[in-house]
Design a protein around this ligand. Structure first.
Ligand code: GLN
Length: 495
């Protein structure tokens, strides 16, 4: 019974509640025991079973009174440890915040609780969301639940939302919150066989999210189906007076946008996304994805985004620049970890020296360098200009096509011990995801196929600003054509 509960989507859970087939407490208990069973993955940095059971009880009381089901009623959620949760420790997986208990709740999580969702715990991540493999967490690495037949190797879940992705893939959460500054929702989604959505910049409030690079950060869902992602995104979207960059555009019912048709839709294939390092399987899947859409009546158009090659270097100037400024607040005086010193400077130095991990220090160094008086024009200002050029190229392309299709990552997940050892090669993971952040555009990754060895591969859709509806419309059709779950079942039963 509890095994079956874990495979249900949000709609089926709600149907079960209505028919009284099971209670919210039963669903939550099933997820909590799965969480215990899969602890070796290190997907959670904090488990909150009491909070979960308490919330589930409330849902059951509502159900017994015959009250309406709210959108996320009784849905067990993993929360990336970057979202502040009132009274529950929030660390951003950094030693410097290891004892931080926020006195306030992030808007995204508050919206989830207001619509009946249940918090299972806080999920592991790269420290301050800087990383692509969940290897920089102060709580240690997270393992992907995916493995290759007759092979002992364990694989990275991707990053920075690696804990959230591992949890949803291992069924120790039905959905999870995540954040995407340069790919941190979509890349782990691709590595773990999930749907991940980075909405338009400003669609979701950033209030209460530990800041990495404020002009790029966006919250979004990780889910096992396009429909669940659509439901969760609707709930978490919308204007928030507490975040001046959250926009007032109305929030459509994304689920209704899944019309099942893409007839007449113009799908662009950006030729510059054929980057070096793209595996042949990824390339082949990209073509297959285009052919699914073509058979469903879409028009496939090759397009050009000539400045794509500059997106990654631009990102790795802008994101560290903003990070170095955002992270200046962790000085040992106001937050978290503190190491005393003889002088104030010494207190700062010791606190930050001990509190931050190597990758975070690297980003702060790069950031302060590109913002320093002598180099500001050459790096930061230049990167801002390139950002504008990249944004314009997208605007131009979207006069010709409605949506873009590309792979999410050049390669599938890699095994521990086989990860790139130099940071720059690691940064290459983001080459196909960062352009959407730079231009503030909505993008979605969906599981589209498996490698020969049986690891998931994702395809990415990018739409014009505030047109997440096109992402869901297109992804719904592709999800059906891809038959990802069927492929996984076939692979597992052949072993
Ligand atoms: N992997 C990218 C980085 O390390 C993106 C991280 C993110 O989106 N938070 O910066």
């Amino acid at each position: 019974m509890s095994k079956d509960l874990l495979s249900l989507d949000i709609a089926s859970i709600h149907e079960g509640f209505r028919k009284k087939t099971f209670s919210a407490q039963e669903v939550t208990a099933a997820y909590l025991s799965k969480m215990e069973e899969t602890r070796e993955l290190n997907a959670y940095v904090l488990e909150t079973p009491e909070v979960a059971l308490e919330a589930a009880k409330k849902t059951d009381v509502r159900l017994s009174k015959g009250e309406d089901l709210r959108d996320m009623e009784g849905v067990p959620v993993g929360v990336k440890d970057l979202f502040c949760t009132k009274g529950t420790r929030t660390t951003a997986a950094s030693h410097i915040l290891k004892d931080f208990v926020p006195p306030y709740e992030s808007t995204v999580t508050q919206k989830l609780w207001n619509s009946g969702a249940i918090m299972l715990g806080k999920t592991n991540m790269d420290e301050f969301a800087m990383g692509s493999a969940n290897l920089t967490s102060a709580f240690g690495k997270t393992l992907s639940p995916w493995q290759i037949k007759d092979d002992d190797r364990r694989f990275v879940p991707g990053g920075s939302s690696g804990g959230s992705a591992a949890a949803v893939a291992a069924q120790s959460a039905l959905v999870a919150t995540a954040s995407d500054t340069g790919g941190s929702i979509r890349q782990p989604a691709a590595f773990c066989g999930l749907v991940g959505v980075k909405p338009t910049y400003g669609r979701c409030s950033r209030y209460g999210m530990v800041a990495f690079a404020s002009s790029l950060d966006q919250a979004g869902p990780l889910a096992r189906s396009v429909r669940d992602a659509a439901i969760m995104l609707r709930v978490t979207s919308g204007h928030d007076p507490k975040d001046a960059t959250s926009l007032t555009h109305s929030v459509p019912d994304f689920e209704k946008e899944m019309t099942g048709s893409v007839k007449g839709l113009r799908v662009g294939i950006p030729k510059e996304y054929q980057v070096g390092g793209l595996t042949s399987e990824t390339s082949a899947l990209w073509e297959e994805g285009a052919s699914w859409l073509q058979s469903a009546g879409a028009e496939i158009v090759e397009v050009s985004l000539p400045s794509t090659q500059y997106a990654l270097p631009t990102y790795y100037i802008l994101a560290p620049a903003e990070a170095s400024s955002n992270l200046a607040r962790y000085d040992g005086v106001r937050y978290g970890h503190r190491v005393d010193g003889e002088t104030l400077d010494e207190l700062y130095e010791r606190t930050r020296g001990e509190g931050f991990g190597d990758e975070v220090k690297r980003r702060i160094l790069i950031g302060t360098y590109v913002l320093s008086a002598g180099y500001y024009d050459a790096y930061y200002l230049k990167a801002q200009k390139v950002r504008r050029v990249i944004t314009r190229e997208f605007q131009n392309v979207f006069t010709k096509v409605d949506v873009l299709l590309s792979p999410t990552t050049p390669t599938p997940s890699f095994a521990f011990g086989e990860e790139p050892t130099d940071p720059v090669t690691m940064y290459m993971n983001d080459v196909l995801t960062v352009p959407a952040n730079i231009a503030g555009l909505p993008a979605l990754s969906l599981p589209a196929g498996l490698t020969e060895e049986g690891l998931p591969l994702g395809l990415q859709l990018i739409a014009p600003a505030f047109q997440e509806n096109i992402l869901f419309q297109t992804a719904g059709v592709m999800e059906e054509a891809a038959e990802f779950q069927k492929k996984v079942k076939a692979m597992r039963s052949s072993s």
